[in-house]
Design a protein around this ligand. Structure first.
Ligand code: NAD
Ligand code: UD1
Length: 336
């Protein structure tokens, strides 16, 4: 069975390619390498000892995608390709709407043209906005605070409309919580350009001495230690959720959302302390002001993914930190 992975050279996409190849799927990657490098795919092949096929192609390029579908009999698509920096999206909303939404529409059109109607989409817990915790799939969505978050909400709605118009489609909307960690080989991991916005890559760059100090955004929240609570999930567990979702869409039709998280909340200080334990280094940090737009606490109710996808997170916070540190020390300057 052949799976098209858009954004397959990226952080979550590359880990998913590893799991797909190890489960004997044929993998076809489409990526424009805007936020990744082709070397990542060589490393995926090195880890698995298997080959994949890749196209340097933008998902907004209709002719390019047509070529990919003409040359390969694609059974299903896992759609990761997109821009994901929340802060940047508030400055460049049109860039985000064009890349994420227009790109997705082009992809869905070409899938329709080639009668490929099975897709797993990378959504985000951000679609829940300010709901009570833990988040459940049947809660109202769309009260989001950034153009990035709105692209996720809109694409979910577009896919719901596509299914409503044609019940042959089979669609899985995976709402990721906070993916961290890396493959245990240390060959692939999260490798953001410039100064990281997210907690874990920032921590690991402070630990390796590339950044001087971590600022904890707020120490006065109404949480157990005053810092924000999030549901961190190991990227390999997240990658495996995609295989469960692919299995599900292969033998059913519909459009269903699933929370992919551990269901456990950790504070920023919990993560710092777990990272110090994993790396054996004291982390230089200071408690600073709150970051605009941050919610005090959210985590998943993952019962639906547990029962309907038969997926369970297996890797805990210590392993997430160990694997992040292993990747950071093996790739101090990132993947070139
Ligand atoms: P990433 O930036 O590492 O990977 C995205 C990949 O898509 C990159 O390789 C990039 O080059 C490619 N890409 C972007 N626009 C493209 C286009 N127009 N055409 C072709 N390729 C394109 O990001 P990631 O962390 O792996 O995230 C993957 C998906 O999961 C994204 O859609 C993201 O919004 C979503 N998501 C991520 C997180 C997270 O914390 N990492 C959380 C929730 C949802
Ligand atoms: C952010 C996005 C979310 C996106 C997710 C994954 C916002 C408001 N939300 O989630 O839409 O899906 O990234 O890409 O940006 N923190 C610090 N210091 C730092 C960095 C982070 O204290 O230098 C704290 C944050 O305040 C937060 C926690 O660490 O409490 C996690 O932050 P981050 O990794 O950016 O993820 P989210 O904000 O949860």
């Amino acid at each position: 069975m052949a799976i098209l992975v858009t954004g397959g050279a990226g952080y979550i996409g590359s880990h998913t390619c590893v799991e797909l190849l190890e489960a004997d799927y044929e993998v076809v990657v489409v990526d424009n390498y805007y936020n990744s490098v082709p070397e990542v795919l060589n490393r995926v092949e090195k880890i698995t000892g298997k080959k994949l096929k890749s196209y340097d192609c933008d998902i907004r390029d209709k002719e390019g995608l047509r070529k990919v579908f003409s040359e390969n009999k694609i059974d299903a698509v896992i759609h990761f390709a997109g821009l994901k920096a929340v802060g940047e999206s508030t400055k460049l909303p049109l860039t985000y709407y064009d890349n994420n939404i227009s790109g997705s529409v082009v992809l869905f059109e070409i899938m329709n043209e080639f009668n490929c109607k099975k897709i797993v989409f990378s959504s985000s817990a951000t679609v829940y906005g300010n709901n009570p915790i833990p988040y459940k799939e049947d809660m109202p969505t769309g009260d989001v605070s950034s153009p990035y978050g709105r692209t996720k909400h809109f694409i979910e709605k577009i896919l719901e409309d596509v299914y409503a118009s044609d019940n042959e489609w089979s669609i899985s909307l995976l709402r990721y919580f906070n993916p961290i960690g890396a493959h245990s080989s240390g060959l692939i991991g999260e490798d953001p350009n410039g100064i990281p916005n997210n907690l874990m890559p920032y921590i690991s760059r402070v630990a390796i001495g590339k950044l001087p100090q971590l600022t904890v955004f707020g120490g006065d929240y109404d949480t157990k230690d005053g810092t924000c609570i999030r549901d961190y999930i190991h990227v390999v567990d997240l990658a495996k959720a995609h295989l469960c979702a692919v299995a599900k869409i292969m033998d059913s039709t519909g459009c269903e959302a699933y929370n992919i998280g551990n269901g456990v909340g950790y504070s920023v200080l919990d993560i710092i302390h777990a990272f110090e334990k994993a790396s054996g280094k004291a982390l230089n940090y200071v408690i600073g002001d709150r970051r605009a737009g941050d919610l005090p606490a959210f985590y998943a109710d993952a019962a639906k993914a547990n029962t309907e996808l038969n997926w369970h997170a297996e890797l805990g916070i210590d392993k997430m930190c160990e694997d992040t540190w292993n990747f950071q020390t093996k790739n101090p300057d990132g993947i070139k």
